[in-house]
Design a protein around this ligand. Sequence first.
Ligand code: HAM
Length: 420
Amino acid sequence: MDKIQSLTGMLDLYDDGNGDNLSVKIFETEKILREIFSNYQLKEMRTPALEETTLFKRSVGDLSDIVNKEIYSFNDKNEKSIALRPEGTAGIIRAIIEKKLDQSTHKLCYLGPMWRYERPQKGRYRQFHQAGVEILGYPEGAPEFEMISIVCKIIEEFRLKNCLIKINHLGNKNNKESFCKALVDYLEPHKDKLDDKDLERLSRNPLRILDSKNQNTQSILENAPSIKDFIEPSSIKILMDIKSQFSDICDIEIDYSLVRGLDYYSGFVFEAVSSDLGAQDSFLGGGRYDYLCSKLGGKDLPSIGMAIGIERFASLLKDITSTNKMASFLVVTSNLEPKAYKIAHQLRSMNKNIRLDLQLSKASLKAKLRRANKSDADYAIIVGDEELKTNTVIFKYLKDESNDQETLSVDELFNIYKSI
Ligand code: HAM
């Protein structure tokens, strides 16, 4: 029989307790990100993984690589074209409109898998996870500072080194129009040197040419007009203010050539990169998207958001080992003794900072102790027939050189356990 294997670019994540393993880092990252999001009073929103393909065409843009080449879309049994979400913002805005929540403000977060049919390589997967933040209903100003504060907090909290936050401003509709016109005028005489993709961008969405991967195009762009000369002084001021306020916490650079790979952005945009990541160096990106909601049929809802690529982000972390102590609970009675399991249950509610691993097998004491040591437990709590008769337990210090152990009454055990 043919072996059934996972699909290319899709990972199985599994916690094997090894803090150096990417899966463990991913789980820990998600846990800490949830705490940070809650600290910022962000409310969770979960939208479906599948949406109508049109949603992504209209929001992310049908010229973008994400929709043009990378979308996982297919017809359902009713011949409706549906797609696995390549990102989270479009679904959130669709839900906000559908639930008529687009007349009020929201501070939202989400975490979940996304799909893009890309060529897999280090840091690039076909199924990956994003943690995102969307602040809806507020015009430019305070939300920009809050968003960069979240980015800096994340970098600070995980003690990331070698990171750079790049920021830019794409201007208002008029600025964007004038800049695009100047860009097109500049590129017209170079048209014959552009590849088909950049030519299409030139005619349909000139700003995206700045994001071209073609070296030839990039060298032509070296002398192209800069958006800096087209945006309002207030836009430049917001970039300067963000840089000056947060530069003591994180490295921030104003990069006037930063455009993002999704069509919905307007105004302030940003990306965080790390020199430790290699070719796929961006672990987070976002920006303002004031017109997306109305474009999808909702009210005017000025908004800003960002998403972190969890796999890339987690790969930046050094060994994650829990600082919490661990106790291994060994029941070695001749019969099943419910009382022993009740003690384990009580211990768990007495000190939530200790991880209690109740060994479920019927192995011998020796085998169970071996397993306790292997799993890096700090203590072993042993309950045998004799202990149950006398209402005692054996408490063994596994990490002490002396390997001491003592017999404690159950009440003494509870007191020691609470004080660890
Ligand atoms: P994005 O820049 O397309 O933005 O993706 C955000 C992050 O997802 C990237 O910086 C990267 O770390 C990660 N990522 C993207 N593709 C892959 C992949 N194939 N494998 C692994 N990681 C990947 C967005 O998705 C926007 N929705 C962000 C946003 C939210 N803007 C406003 N609100």
